[in-house]
Design a protein around this ligand. Structure first.
Ligand SMILES: [Zn+2]
Length: 404
């Protein structure tokens, strides 16, 4: 099977390269915002949205325009890629996967991508990489890059520059080392409960750093904007943000690696994470009600990275020859695993399950995990027998996988 994988390293640019990269990221942001403004204006005038080719023509005009001549200093391919990103943002919006595309601000995901492998040179022996208009860049090579280079993304995070090298290679399709199946219930008190009785502690990486982050933000707000002290305070806020992200990523990678190595089939509830987080805002008719509790829950969901957990499980299982099966969440928390009785009264508290039919008692998250496993087995049986099943959402294979 073809494996797409990204290898990410910290760059060690010299001063000139840092200035250039900041300029290129700025040019890409400018092009993205120009294109978004153009699309919005066309929409307001009742005109059709421009396609990628149409946007590229506009880009050529901007690069030749007398007011934006500086765009010519940036490499052209990354500028075009930013137009592709805008296209993707629109299609995610139309497919209801994301909000309407927003204008980019400086300091928010500053990055640019080189799509053409013929213009990229990787010299692993000397830990350096050649990129158009930047020349040879040194990077901290913590591990070997495997496979043929497909594209390269340069990004700025917490004041440091990183490079993500995406590669493609042929790997042998493994058969799973284990034949067991497991169901997983995702929760707040426990990040994940497995049907074999084990569970993962909540991550709470954000909560732990929350106080430090809030203090740093307050400290920054008291400084005179754009002063030297303000810049220092801002750098601290950015460092805390990237530390939170790193802690979360490490935790999720360890958990998903262990689970995907120990089981051939993993069943998980098909929760719409995005819908759950969206409901916190409330509608005008029901504003106020439960909004506070919900926003707490939603924040926790996002904090825990459920979506990322599932994405990683999916590709790691595929690498190990296993499967991820998403099952509809109906009644998984109110069905008795002993007698099959379904009642919401069997769930007296968030943590306990006590069947009103037969008296069976167990931890509610474990009951959920057992029911998810059963539903997964049923779904798998249907797929094997050839019955027509709608594909489970979010389990696309071959999606690129990112390793830190
Ligand atoms: Zn029962």
């Amino acid at each position: 099977m073809q494996r797409l994988q990204a290898f990410k390293y910290e760059l060690r640019p010299d001063g000139q390269q840092q200035r250039q990269m900041r300029r290129f990221a700025g040019s890409c942001r400018f092009v993205y915002n120009q294109a978004l403004a153009l699309q919005k204006a066309r929409y307001e005038q009742g005109e059709k949205k421009l396609g990628y080719a149409g946007l590229c023509k506009e880009l050529t005009a901007w690069r030749n325009g007398s007011e934006t001549l500086w765009l010519k200093d940036a490499p052209v391919h990354p500028l075009q890629q930013t137009l592709k990103d805008l296209e993707r943002a629109y299609s995610n919006f139309f497919a209801k996967r994301a909000d309407f595309p927003r204008f980019k601000k400086k300091g928010q995901s500053d990055s640019f991508r080189y799509p053409d492998p013929n213009q990229i040179k990787l010299d692993q022996a000397n830990s350096r990489l050649f990129l158009p208009k930047l020349g040879w860049l040194r990077f901290r090579q913590s591990r070997e890059v495997l496979g043929a280079v497909r594209n390269v993304t340069v990004s700025l995070s917490g004041g440091k520059w990183f490079v993500s090298i995406q590669t493609e290679r042929e790997v042998e399709q493994l058969s799973p080392q284990s034949a067991t199946a497991v169901g997983i219930d995702m929760g707040i008190a426990r990040f994940a409960t497995l049907s074999d009785g084990t569970f993962l502690e909540p991550l709470n990486s954000f909560k732990r750093h929350e106080t430090a982050l809030r203090k740093a933000q307050q400290f920054m707000s008291r400084k005179v904007k754009f002063s030297n002290n303000w810049k220092k305070a801002k750098a601290r806020v950015q460092r805390l943000h990237s530390r939170i992200g790193n802690t979360r990523r490490d935790y999720l990678h360890k958990a998903t690696t262990t689970i995907s190595q120990n089981h051939a089939m993993v069943c998980i509830e098909d929760l719409q994470v995005r819908n759950m987080s969206k409901s916190a805002a409330g509608t005008t008719e029901q504003s106020g009600r439960n909004v506070r509790a919900k926003s707490g829950l939603n924040k926790a969901i996002l904090d825990q990275g459920w979506f990322e957990f599932r994405r990683q499980l999916d590709y790691k299982l595929a690498w190990n020859g296993g499967y991820l099966i998403a099952v509809p969440p109906q009644n998984t928390s109110r069905t008795c695993p002993a007698c099959g009785h379904v009642s919401k009264d069997s769930r007296p508290t968030q943590a306990r399950f006590g069947c009103v039919g037969c008296g069976f008692e167990e931890n509610a998250d474990l009951v959920g995990a057992i029911n998810v496993l059963r539903a997964g087995h049923a779904r798998f049986a249907c797929e094997v027998s050839g019955a027509v099943m709608p594909p489970a959402a979010g389990t696309r294979r071959g999606e690129s996988a990112y390793l830190g």
